[in-house]
Design a protein around this ligand. Structure first.
Ligand SMILES: NC(=O)c1ccc[n+]([C@@H]2O[C@H](COP(=O)([O-])OP(=O)(O)OC[C@H]3O[C@@H](n4cnc5c(N)ncnc54)[C@H](O)[C@@H]3O)[C@@H](O)[C@H]2O)c1
Length: 415
């Protein structure tokens, strides 16, 4: 088969490689000309996709900014961003634009699948009418389905092949085509009765995480007042072999998905006079949690008779999670702003993020910055850092990830 991938980012590129490695021809299409040029040379800019994997596909992978590349594809998968506009409402500009691009080259027999995370109804309301303007009828002339992407950047324990793929088609023929397509790269395909069920299943997965992260972080704020160790509590609860799922406390929630997706659900709910209160509450707690973490740093300095104002605070790890360079909605960014508002002299170290141009900061040398800092805040715990060494060299460590717990050092304050 020849597979078209629209949007070659965190989602689209691994998918392109999976189809290429399964022996298919892959035509990548992206509006970012610089990215397309790099990818076409076989250079990956996504950490989970080694350049060798891309260049190893040889002629089977091409990248282009020309929609014509999609015209002779058997299937076209849409992996474009679904962010929020400033008012925290869904921004479907990229999805709509992609639908129009595909409609301009759609030909008989093609399967189109939306993979971007979105609210239930998007495939039917936004893609279907635009594609039907081609004059082709869905389920006969072309086929349309939704299949949410479940990739977790930085996680190597679950592959695309080993992660079941949920699929919902506009018609039974659409579903059948999409099931056959994904069976090429996934061991298990999970068919559902409609694109809406598939769309909502993704939002349920992400809302589930958002709510549970909010719950454990709210508890962390409570245990702070009660003088109980939240990590010990989570460890103890996790010993239950059923009915409990472990969620780690931390500095707050980041990434493109969890802080954004619940707003997609809330938006759809509002259109039906329904308020998704759990979702909103989780969002509220998650958004305010980095400020609580700053108050934790403030209190730790205060205990050492120091004010935040004038103190040198080193943030270790600014990406939203370990193992990646992704800064989208990263709690560290909020913390840096807030610490600066309080008068702190903030520096950061992150092996994955060389610079934060918006904040006019560059990743500092870890050894020097630790030695100079009044407080070191571990915000994202990248695996490659040596935490015992860091603790030994630091005046004060505030650990929001629990990675220094076992050291039981006097100069460490845990979340
Ligand atoms: N990153 C994740 O962990 C993850 C996981 C599951 C689902 N998702 C969802 O997948 C979707 C894509 O996310 P991502 O992280 O891959 O985004 P990304 O920003 O990494 O990549 C998106 C790509 O789409 C391109 N693009 C934008 N408009 C385009 C257009 N009109 N035509 C062609 N290309 C276009 C961009 O240039 C970019 O290269 C989102 O809906 C996201 O919620 C992301």
């Amino acid at each position: 088969m020849r597979i078209g991938i629209v949007g070659l980012g965190y989602v689209g590129l691994p998918l392109a490689v999976a189809f290429g490695q399964a022996g298919h021809e892959v035509a990548g299409y992206d509006v970012d000309a610089a990215r397309v040029e790099r990818l076409d040379r076989g250079e990956s800019d996504i950490e989970d996709v080694p350049s060798e994997a891309l260049s190893g596909l040889g002629e089977r992978f091409t990248a282009s900014t020309e929609a014509a590349a999609l015209a002779d594809c058997d299937a076209v998968l849409v992996c474009v961003p679904t962010p929020l506009v400033a008012e925290r409402e869904p921004d479907l500009t990229y999805v709509r634009k992609s639908a129009e691009t595909i409609a301009s080259v759609l030909r008989e027999g093609q399967l189109v699948v939306l993979e971007s995370t979105t609210y239930p109804g998007t495939t039917r309301e936004e893609l279907l009418p635009r594609l039907e303007r081609s004059g082709l009828a869905v389920g006969e002339g072309f086929f349309l389905a939704y299949s949410p992407e479940r990739i977790d950047p930085g996680r190597s324990s679950h592959t695309i092949a080993g992660t079941p793929k949920v699929v919902g088609g506009i018609t039974p023929a659409c579903l059948e085509r999409a099931e056959r397509l994904y069976a090429e790269i996934c061991d298990e395909v999970v068919p559902v009765s409609s694109p809406e069920a598939a769309e909502l299943s993704k939002l349920l997965e992400n809302t589930f995480r958002s709510v549970n992260i909010a719950l454990v972080n709210e508890l962390a704020q409570l245990t702070d007042r009660l003088g109980i160790d939240i990590w010990e509590v989570v460890d103890a609860a996790s010993s239950k072999p059923f009915g409990f799922m472990r969620f780690e406390p931390g500095p707050g929630m980041g990434g493109h998905c969890l802080p954004v997706d619940p707003f997609y659900l809330a938006f759809k709910a509002r259109q039906h006079d329904f308020a998704t209160e759990f979702v909103e509450l989780a969002g509220k707690i998650n958004q305010s949690h980095p400020l609580f973490c700053v108050s934790k740093i403030q209190a730790a300095l205060n205990d050492r008779a120091k004010a935040v104002n004038g103190s040198r605070v080193l943030i270790v790890g600014v990406a939203y999670k370990s193992g990646v360079a992704d800064l989208r909605e990263a709690p560290a960014l909020k913390m840096i702003d807030h610490l600066r508002e309080l008068g702190a002299d903030v520096s950061y170290h992150d092996p994955h993020v060389p610079a934060l141009p918006d904040k006019e900061l560059e990743s500092a040398s870890l050894e020097e910055a630790v030695a100079a800092a009044d407080a070191v805040a571990i915000v994202t715990a990248h695996d490659e850092l040596d935490y015992p060494k860091l603790v030994a060299a630091a005046a004060l460590v505030v650990d929001f990830r629990g990675v220094t717990r076992a050291l039981a050092a006097d100069n460490v304050v845990l979340l």
